[in-house]
Design a protein around this ligand. Sequence first.
Ligand SMILES: CC(C)[C@H](C(=O)O)[C@@H](O)C(=O)O
Ligand code: SF4
Length: 760
Amino acid sequence: MVATSKPRTLYEKVFDDHVVTDDNGNNIMFIDRHLVHEVTSPQAFEGLRNAGRKVRRPDCTLATVDHNIPTSKRENFKSISTFIEEQDSRTQCATLEENIKEFGLTYFGMDDSRQGIVHIIGPEQGFTLPGTTVVCGDSHTSTHGAFGALAFGIGTSEVEHVLATQTLQSRKSKNMKVCVDGPLGEGVTSKDLVLHVIGIIGTAGGTGCVIEFCGSTIRSLSMEARMSICNMAIEGGARAGMIAPDQITYDYLKSRPLAPKGEEWDKAIKYWSTLQSDPEASYDIEVNIEAKDIPPTVSWGTSPQDVVSITGNVPSPESFPEGPKRQGCERALEYMGLKAGAKMSEIPIDKVFIGSCTNSRIEDLRAVAAVARGRKVASNVKLAMIVPGSGNVKRQAEAEGIDRVLTAAGFDWREAGCSMCLGMNPDQLSPQERCASTSNRNFEGRQGAGGRTHLCSPAMAAAAAITGRLTDVRELAPALPSSTSDSEPALKILDPKDYTTNQSTLKLSEAKPQGPPETDGAPSAVQQATRAAAAAGMTKFTVVKGLAAALDLPNIDTDMIIPKQFLKTIKRTGLGSAAFYGMRYDPQTGKPDPNFVLNQEPWTKASILINVGGNFGCGSSREHAPWALLDQGIRCIISTSFADIFFNNTFKNGMLPVVLPQEDVVKLSQDAKESKEVEVDLENKVVKRYNGESIPFNVDDFRRHCLLNGLDDIGLTLQKEDDIVTFEKRRSETWPWLDGQEYAGRTFNPPKSKSQKMDW
Ligand SMILES: CC(C)[C@H](C(=O)O)[C@@H](O)C(=O)O
Ligand code: SF4
């Protein structure tokens, strides 16, 4: 805890309360809650195993499977190895189960009714709490910020770091405030609000910032609606989104299985009530929006910032400034198969997807049922899927009669998972299929190679299912306000807490405490660092000189750098030939596209990428993106800006991202196109052009030091073991509800002295 009288934002308060050590702004931050899923954890567990490390705080770690699993009926489920047909998905899920057993973690498997998308189950269980730090190897961890938690996505190297140390190395972000005031218009929801915000700030608008959402509109929203907003803070480029906790937050949390109880509840509320930004706190960026200006909103392009009112038209490339932005629009229209000027509400659709960590909570399903009730899915719609976010959401929806309303209307009622949000499982769009989707990303190929995604709210997706085209939900008056026939049951509103308890019919997976890290005879921090560095093949970065490949597009997202089908690997290597897969190979023939720079000589040998468009690496936290680039031979990327998580991930892999002003990147891009060599000198912090010109760049001193020396972060952090122990002791005293004693009867006994390690 930092004692200070300076007015602070909500973000600064939570950040300060988690500082374990502060070395000139390079902090070690304690992590309260760690969610783990199958896609981003195998390499992290492998790293632990290779270095002989354990999971430091199993009581603060919760794992589930969500991305790879089929959403078909589970009546015949016996085990992952017999149920999941696709081999790589099966291997990835089975690997998680093995790791869970080996490292003794709590796990909601496919036979547990609490299984679901990580970002749905954390809040549902009360695992996510105000004032906590929450991380997951997943960019939409920002969702949990709706509770006033500091929650953000991390890459796999950081997953390993948290598993081993329960901390992260971190620097303070900037503060951004998005204030929305007034009542929302008819048919307008939190999803429209957040799409509208991203349309205004752009997908790089929040880069380097934590966004605090505030104002009377936000305060009036339910927790479900707040979660949808914070979920998409990452789509606005922010590290995290946060909303100050209030009575709505407390009411949502009270009696959740892992929320504090009795006296601890009162103590927690007292602390949580201090988590408001001070009135005089200052923000680096402020955006003010009137709720009445937000229309029902839908996306037209391939970036979440490509949004318009449903009453609007597809924009024309000429409405964008010449250069990468106009090029980006042209490419998006071609990919989406749309003509500039077309009316959004006349665009026919083939499929509807209602689900994802943005919109698969009970309120979302109620909104869909309210539109669909007494109506039928249009005949041109091949599939309208409803995928509840968790087993608990599904059970509650069924108890409320929502499933019967929706199946009567022709919707497909599924089991919980990520499903068609990213299609790592069997739920996918076919090429050119167009989908109204409640998910969060409309990137090229996101829901299936060649598939076309239009992001919208659950009510709008339901309206689209009914009419067969993108539709203004305000056109559809309620069809059956009070019907009670058998096929259209009366909808009940039930208390979600009845569906989240530990009294599940399925058992809580056995989770044995791991105990303290060994001291006697165990390797020292330095020995561990050396071992881990060797295991991870940590490469030094000093000077890289070579050919550079120019990629001028804006917003090159990590789905573009490495699409979902390659995330099923449990290794870090071998992804080079899959880098930029969608752009690199002809979708019909599978042959290399001769127009793509990395397929052309001499750039097949490029070791540097130059990107004028900026916001490079936006979207998902997948560390597979830097792994793929590295495997392709790229050691350095020069751009006008980078998305935060990708930026971070490159350093962990011995790669260097360099940010330069537009005019310098344009010059270097030109050099690259003329096959002139570029030299990047980290020691001297300069990029040297072929003509001898030196362009200086900035890089964080600590990161530079680690890269120059090929240092292993985990080893460095473990040298601060005593500080971590001291922090844990104070944490147990100040915030006792954060030690996860609820899991598997485990009790955490705080260490009594600085040198005494954890005792279970
Ligand atoms: C697989 C995971 C790394 C990824 C993310 O970070 O968001 C996924 O959840 C996504 O939505 O693209
Ligand atoms: S965004 Fe989609 S794929 Fe990613 S965690 Fe959420 S539901 Fe899963």
